[in-house]
Design a protein around this ligand. Sequence first.
Ligand SMILES: Nc1ncnc2c1ncn2[C@@H]1O[C@H](COP(=O)(O)OP(=O)(O)O)[C@@H](O)[C@H]1O
Ligand SMILES: [Mg+2]
Length: 368
Amino acid sequence: MPDHYIGLISGTSMDGVDAALMQFGDHSVDIVSAGTSPYPEALREKLMGAARAPDTCTADVIGALDHWVGECFRDAALRLLQAAGVEPGEVRAIGSHGQTIRHRPDEDRPFTLQIGNADVIAKGTGIDCVANFRGADLALGGQGAPLVPPFHEWLFRSADVDRCALNIGGIANITVLPAAPGPIRGFDTGPGNTLMDAWIRRHRAIDFDDGGRWAASGTTIPALLETMLADPYFAKSPPKSTGFEYFNEVWLSRLIQEDADPADVQATLADLAATTIADAIGLHAPQTRELLICGGGVHNQDLIRRLEERLAQVNLASTAEFGLDPDHVEAAAFAWLAMRTMNGEPGNAPEVTGASRKTVLGALHRCG
Ligand SMILES: Nc1ncnc2c1ncn2[C@@H]1O[C@H](COP(=O)(O)OP(=O)(O)O)[C@@H](O)[C@H]1O
Ligand SMILES: [Mg+2]
């Protein structure tokens, strides 16, 4: 039986497709091959436009983007196979998260929309593809997000030490992993990198603040930080999840005064991310002793320093120290979720998402 799985995801940062070819052991992982394939700039612009300006997002636009993103995901999977010298027949399934272009779990008729045509992926790779992971949880009254906590639990939970896993993507999310038996918890804390990315893109025309150096050069504006922290999302009780359609340039423009110094604003945005993450841990997981960090934000030394200042009792570490490269945790999680689906096992954690029960996630798109 084929024993490899591929996970594919592009997160809210829309920086490209993270792909991982995995083998799973007993609570252990082996990355056979992994990498990030940046989106073509024209596609990225269109995706951001679709997220930013919903009114321009017609069925024709979404249909074409769905196919285009599917091609990028397919190619990312093919690149992995080639790099590893692994045949499609050795891979049991691809788990494709797709690209979220809208996440509205709290509407009267809730929905979440991930594009990246899974038939294009399955037929183009010769590997069965599981996709639409969030739909079933949403249909059961859940947020459909976050979905990685059960994987964090499977890999990172310890019976000896109270841990939290923290993913700092465009949006940041935590998974609370108590040492004592009992349910895990998890939710989106709010913006991770997305506002800092948007701000530096506007003022310096670059994609992100490397190492957080620009933020480090500024001084936090206390009144602005306070205004931002007053956003109702932060006070909301979990289950909760959010996305780019909420925390974005429009949100920023509403709050920032025209004459504010851009570097000071960047420092304030770094403090916003650090404060909301630390507050979430302080409120929902005060016993935490180890924080295992993954996602692109782990490379932002300035942000990590701000977090450290606020979490004096906690050891902060990259997930690399726990056996998994921080840049590949999410892709590995969707490979693992595909394995769960293929085995007929549930993939959601109702205590995290708020769904009424556990369920097998995703739809299977066959390659044959
Ligand atoms: N060297 C770095 N310095 C600062 N930030 C970084 C660095 N590398 C990556 N990032 C941040 O991480 C983001 C990508 O993280 P990722 O985990 O892929 O998020 P997502 O899942 O939302 O795509 C980038 O947009 C950037 O903000
Ligand atoms: Mg990314």
